[in-house]
Write a protein that binds this ligand. Structure first.
Ligand code: NAG
Ligand code: NAG
Ligand code: NAG
Ligand code: NAG
Ligand code: NAG
Ligand code: NAG
Ligand code: NAG
Length: 511
């Protein structure tokens, strides 16, 4: 029998993940898209027309076949166990372990595991704070602030967004571009690549508006919204034996394939292979495994995924990886290649596909996202609905949309932990000693501020958290965009940030 507290945790996670992101047919058409783009004017790396052909004019035989792997929702040991059972034992053609993208929402997230996952090389992206569709600005930007403060993720590293329930609007896209995101990945590529009217476009910028989901999202397409340099990475559906009438987008293995009356792993494997092959032998548009990992966790109390489904997904990946030039990647890696599309012959030297391990001495006691180093140093934040761990000091209250970075709760006899500053990378930052272990250009890091504060104020990392209380107040020092050091008296600081964003020490204009 499960303790009551566990049951409380299970129900919400599954509810959040349920029914998230299904499509039943085409979500766009050429007519609804009304898309036009002049490729002679729109050029890489910062502009790309929506196109079914590979970027850079490459011929498909020179193009890697990318399999994007993503996970959505809260990050917990259970969800990472789930992802690990598909990826941990794999290697890409260059010998690197595959990286993936985690679209993180914060309710029920164990912050320290986000740090670990990021430091291990994965991409951390935004999925709103509390998992809401068509999100207001604070749901999107509060997630950035909390992930930066409590998981030590540099703001510039959080480049992508996926809307919960894949429910986004034109407004969502505008909010994302305004907050300095690089891409959204909520739109569906819903028509098979073998269909002449396919909407399986390579990632493209919104210089000429959207070309996907034109039948679904009001006010988009026919040239709208115009967001220069902001990317859409379509989510590529699989199609079962019903072809265009049988699309499967997220967690296809939870769906009943056309012609079956219940989940059928044999049929699912068959159509996943067929769709892969159609992409692989055609224009090599990427495909994606878009997962809610909680459904496949074998360690989460009360969840009993079928072994056959887990084995089927691994069989699919084994099969895909046996083919030439297949790479399992994060969205960030895919986009890096699209913006700079080098042919297969140069791929081994392509930096974004490489892997490196931060050189931190294993004997160092430092809370840095590397389990061996941080052992014994984590703060346990004992909130009743979901206790979590962090390297960066517990907040007095759980982060909320109205207050994503509450004041730090400092245990008796200890000092406040100092959060990741804008010029040190996560594995080298010691939040207890408040110092950067690395000063060489090899590992130094320069975060850039983002206009995610109130009234578009630019924020960068740092500080100790919170708006009130002398000991928990920020240092008041930050380096704004123009590089001039500026000191805010603590009293002014506190007055300015109360009820706003807490004390991410940023270039907030004091007025
Ligand atoms: C949270 O993280 C801590 C530290 O890594 C770990 O011991 C604990 O099992 C995790 N709990 C969950 C539910 O993720
Ligand atoms: C998420 O967390 C917030 C604040 O902790 C809480 O008010 C809200 O009910 C939670 N939402 C869900 C769906 O659990
Ligand atoms: C999208 O989310 C908004 C806000 O939660 C909700 O009002 C709306 O009904 C949702 N739309 C769809 C299509 O689910
Ligand atoms: C499952 O799918 C396979 C392959 O399409 C088919 O041969 C088999 O009859 C299906 N099984 C059930 C129970 O529907
Ligand atoms: C599923 O696989 C695990 C590990 O191989 C095994 O321990 C378990 O008994 C299997 N469950 C079923 C229902 O076959
Ligand atoms: C980062 O910035 C702080 C504050 O300006 C400075 O003291 C420190 O030396 C810098 N660290 C590195 C590694 O550049
Ligand atoms: C934030 O930075 C951007 C880019 O440098 C700049 O355009 C904008 O004016 C800044 N906003 C504020 C409030 O300083």
């Amino acid at each position: 029998m499960l303790p009551h507290v566990l049951l409380c945790l299970i129900a919400p996670l599954l509810v959040l993940a349920g029914d998230d992101g299904g499509i039943t047919g085409a979500t766009s058409s050429a007519e609804a898209a009304g898309y036009s783009c002049d490729a002679s004017k729109c050029k890489l790396p910062n502009c790309a027309c929506a196109s079914t052909s590979p970027p850079g004019g490459l011929s498909p035989s020179d193009v890697p076949m990318f399999v994007v792997f993503t996970a959505d929702d809260a990050v917990q040991s259970y969800t990472l166990d789930s992802v690990n059972q598909f990826l941990a034992h794999r290697q890409n053609p260059n010998g690197c372990a595959p990286k993936m993208t985690y679209f993180t929402s914060l309710n029920f997230t164990n912050y320290t595991l986000v740090t670990d996952w990021y430091v291990a090389g994965n991409e951390i992206a935004d999925h709103t704070m509390t998992h809401v569709g068509d999100p207001p600005k604070d749901e999107i930007n509060g997630n950035l602030i909390a992930l930066n403060a409590l998981a030590g993720i540099p703001l510039t590293s959080i480049a992508g967004f996926r809307a919960p329930f894949l429910n986004y609007s034109v407004n969502t896209l505008k909010l994302l571009a305004a907050a300095g995101f690089t891409y959204d990945s909520s739109a569906a590529a819903s028509i098979p690549v073998t269909d002449p009217g396919t909407d399986a476009f390579w990632p493209y910028t919104l210089d000429n508006g959207m070309a996907n989901d034109c039948l679904e999202v009001e006010g988009s397409c026919k040239g709208q919204p115009v967001l220069p340099g902001f990317w859409e990475i379509p989510m590529y559906a699989f199609f079962d034996s019903a072809g265009a009438a049988g699309p499967h987008l997220m967690d296809p293995w939870l769906d009943i394939p056309s012609g079956s009356t219940k989940v059928n792993d044999t049929a699912t494997l068959e159509y996943m292979k067929n769709t892969f092959t159609a992409h692989y032998t055609g224009n090599r548009q990427p495909i994606g495994l878009y997962t809610h990992p909680i459904h496949l966790s074998t360690t989460y109390p009360g969840v009993n995924p079928s072994n056959s489904t887990i084995n089927m997904i691994n069989e699919f990946l084994d099969w895909a990886q046996q083919q030439q030039n297949v790479w399992i990647v994060s969205n960030e890696q895919l986009l890096a290649w699209v913006r700079n599309p080098v042919p297969l012959s140069q791929l081994n030297d392509f930096a974004p596909l490489k892997c490196s391990t931060p050189q931190v001495d294993a004997s160092q006691k430092i809370c840095n996202g590397i389990p061996g180093n941080e052992d014994g140093l984590l703060s346990h934040c004992a909130f009743s609905d979901f206790p979590f761990y962090t390297c960066y000091g517990c907040p007095e209250t759980e982060p909320t949309v109205n207050n994503p970075n509450p004041p730090q709760q400092i245990p008796d006899g200890q000092q406040a932990r100092i959060r990741l500053p804008a010029n040190c990378s996560t594995p080298f930052w010691d939040p207890i000693g408040g110092k950067c272990l690395c000063t060489s250009s090899q590992c130094a890091f320069n975060d850039v501020s983002r206009p995610i504060g109130p009234n578009g104020a630019n924020l960068t990392g740092g500080g100790t958290g919170g708006a009130a209380g002398a000991s928990a107040s920020p240092t008041g020092q930050y380096i704004p965009f123009n590089g001039e050091l500026f000191t805010v008296p603590p009293s002014v600081w506190a007055a300015t940030v109360v009820g706003l964003v807490g004390a991410v020490v940023g270039a907030m204009t004091v007025v």
